[in-house]
Design a protein. Sequence first.
Length: 317
Amino acid sequence: MIAHEVVPLPDYVAEVVHGLSSRPKTLPCKLFYDARGSALFEEITRLPEYYPTRVELEILQDNSREIARAMGSPVSIIELGAGTATKTGTLLRAFARRQMRVKYFPVDISPAALAEAKKKIREACPGALVRPVVADFSNGFHFLKSIPGRKLVLYLGSSIGNFDWNDATGMLRKVHEQLSPGDALLLGTDMVKSSEILVPAYDDAQGVTSEFDKNILVRLNRELDGDFHLPSFRHIAEWNPMRSRMEIYLESLLAQVVTLRMAGMEVKFDAGERIHTENSYKYTLQMVESMLCVSGFKLERSWFDRREWFGLHLARV
Ligand code: AVJ
């Protein structure tokens, strides 16, 4: 690197410094999703052990006509964290049968993902009008106000499960604030189930989830000039029944010191010490109902798969 070249510090540096100085150590799970991490997550969704994506798609395929009927039309459909919109085509087709022109607004932080989403929806539902919105949720949901007419907001994949209770209800309340009476939210939630199903979903035999978890360290090595030695850490996935969540960690296999040069930081690890990288909350219907209720929504109807592993919930403003 040329000495006088100015390398901007990533905007997450303060969070990383704070997280790695805390006890227990933590890192924000949003750091998973650089280009490599996003590709690894797509790979996770195709793993035999990772059931949520498949099961949610199955619920959508089996019930999209009924979901469209329950919603009433016409509506504009806004998908938060749309990614590449792999699951949305079937739902848009159901709405297309009931209304003149379906307007679909996929919202994501990744322009690349949105370009892919647009392509996929063009094929799956050629009649739909697709208007991608590049937005970061930390800036609020003001873009919702500028979309005219009745709205259905999709928040699928149990992405809500990454948030603690207060952050989840805070986020849903902010969405609620931008909506009008009659508008609705379709929320996907992973349900509480046996740890024999849950743990392998977050610790697969092929080690893809382990690679996804460690990708945070790869990213910090690259973007903060760090020297994390990957083989000195292992991926851990644990079910915490008290808090109703899967907990993901990286555990240091030995006592070591890691340097993050651009953060001006040395991080000391004991043998067996962990970095908490992610939570993934699992819900009961009662939890979903109260989460929606305290956020201002009224749960109107839920759809499940046969084993009730995953739920889709229609909540009205
Ligand atoms: C994208 C938050 C829904 O919690 O299941 C998958 C992320 N992490 N495997 C989830 C994830 C490890 C995923 N969400």
